[in-house]
Design a protein around this ligand. Sequence first.
Ligand code: GDD
Ligand code: MG
Length: 408
Amino acid sequence: MLIIINNQNVFSNATTMKLDLPRYTERFGATSLHGVQRVYELDSGFDDGKSMSETLMKVGNEQISEIERKMAIVIPIKGERLRLLEGVLSGVPHDCLVIIVSNSPRQPVDRYMLEKDALQQFNKFVGRNALILHQRDPGLSEALNEVGYTSMLGPDGVVRSGKAEGMVLGMLLAKMAGKEYVGFIDADNYVPGAVNEYVKIFASGIAMSKTPYTMVRVSWIYKPKMSETGLYFSKWGRVSELTNQHLNSLISYYTGFETEVMRTGNSGEHCMSLKLAELLTFSSGYSIEPYEIVNVLEEFGGIIPTSYQDAMDKGVEVMQVETRNPHFHEDKGEDHLKEMVVASMGSIYHSKICPPKLREKILESLRTRNMLEEGQQEPPAPVKIDPFKDIDIRQFAKVLSKASTYAQ
Ligand code: GDD
Ligand code: MG
């Protein structure tokens, strides 16, 4: 018997991911913070039309592809090995626009040039376009000055160093390119398959979201470490544990109920709708991820007034999705971890909604871990980056086109 399969149907019925619907949600003003959702199948196969259980959701291939076409993936990079960057590029779905924002050294070897060459070569083979630019390019600061967006500029007139600064530049380029969503993936990831999963998670989260103001954060199932007896599959990084604990205390203080809802306080791998991203104030360097949550609560938590009524009406959603792939990345040592802890704690501590009791708790955690420098009474207040919603993006693009390099 000959069975004729209508390809169109097969395609539209194929599903890509099967994952939990949010099981519980903390509501904080107009913000819904959803508890961690799990991925059940990375590829959930052909949809035979049988109904799903009410707690799981399948997200279709077509829907995912459509979202990927509207998504930019920003890869911040500072001196990472090129092999790792190439692996990350190979994991990003073809239809996403790749934006690399580099702060790599240009001397004695011009690492940025090498990154550009690698990207160009990769793109030639896969037939894709991408954007790459160097964070400290003087042409870029000219464009920022031109549109009056100067909160990222340092005393030397060019954009400050820092991961957050790289990410915000990436968001500006995403907006310039007319994208609706922007995701972030670190360049030092060893596993291209994990990168691919992150983007599928981003797209699935967006597909599930009920508001245009949305954020999807990745929670790693394991972050393996080398130990004497081999690989150890640890669940929590030391930084994340502290950050999450204090973010949860902040939420509990206002709701009156203890919670463990926040599990992705430091998640570098996350995405947002540009509609949400352009409203946020960002915090410099490595404090950007925890402060995104703090700022969402500041703006949309109903504690202090906001000028963004549309987002208050439609609501803001934060989803957290646990990966199937473990997260393998470069180990950058103790001092780096300390820098991240202090920056993360500082971003909570200095928030105008941080209650005095939580401030004391933060100080105590930092002191018992010897994280504060001699004579330092509190963690330094992180430098802030203004929301970019009012930038004249066309004008920015016009001036920038001289400075950035379009890699084809
Ligand atoms: N453009 C730019 N500018 N990129 C930077 C800068 C900078 O000044 N500093 C670091 N990066 C890049 C790195 O090259 C890497 O691709 C990515 O940003 C993350 O930096 P890492 O130095 O590898 O940070 P990490 O791995 O310790 O921490 C990551 O994970 C944490 C969660 O565990 C970061 O993403 C943190 O922000 C995150 O909280
Ligand atoms: Mg890293």
